[in-house]
Write a protein that binds this ligand. Sequence first.
Ligand code: AP5
Length: 185
Amino acid sequence: MNLVMFGPPGSGKGTQAERIKRRFKLEHVSTGDLLRKAIESKTELGKRVEGILAAGELVSDEIVLELIDDVVGRVGSDETVAGWLLDGFPRTSGQAVGLDDIVAAAGQEIDAIVVLDVARDAILKRLAARGRTDDTPATVSNRLDVYEELTEPILKHYEGKVSIHRIDGDQQIEEVTEAIERLLK
Ligand code: AP5
């Protein structure tokens, strides 16, 4: 089973992905985590993207598509996992089209998209309490604007092609997990 976890910054994509991956034996792929690791390791990629993450802007489609291409190919040939769970990708129409190509070339498909709905005010409170380096009020506000402008609209790309499930992400963490598990059974 191949899934995409979708939703605004702070909606709980990473939290839920960690829980769902164990239940369904999926490889969890977070482009944000991959980029932060590159920054921590001070790789060439990390140096190129550090300022972009700090500002809450998006890194180029080319960079993230390369990261995803590597993973989809590897997971497809790994018999110990049952599929992939993408978190924070795709985020632009270019990434959605690129993912279609990668998935088709690997002979795979996206089985479902899970959208976590959480209101802006609730997210501002959550991320103020967490304090990651890109959780400053100005950067969070920009990340939310970028999501609304560039990412939320790409759901239209999948309408009629992939099952899209909307979940209320403003519940207890366990309740959100149970709601996702129910729809994936
Ligand atoms: P990324 O790491 O993907 O960040 P994000 O989308 O902004 O999402 P977060 O990780 O902040 O939130 P989340 O939805 O995973 O929620 P979480 O579970 O952490 O991207 C970071 C940056 O990398 C981007 O801004 C961009 O620059 C770059 N980037 C990444 N992917 C890219 C791409 N595809 N293209 C271009 N650039 C890209 O939870 C958040 C907090 O809420 C936690 O403290 C958690 O404990 C809490 N929480 C979770 N669930 C609940 C709940 N139900 N109730 C209360 N609190 C909760």
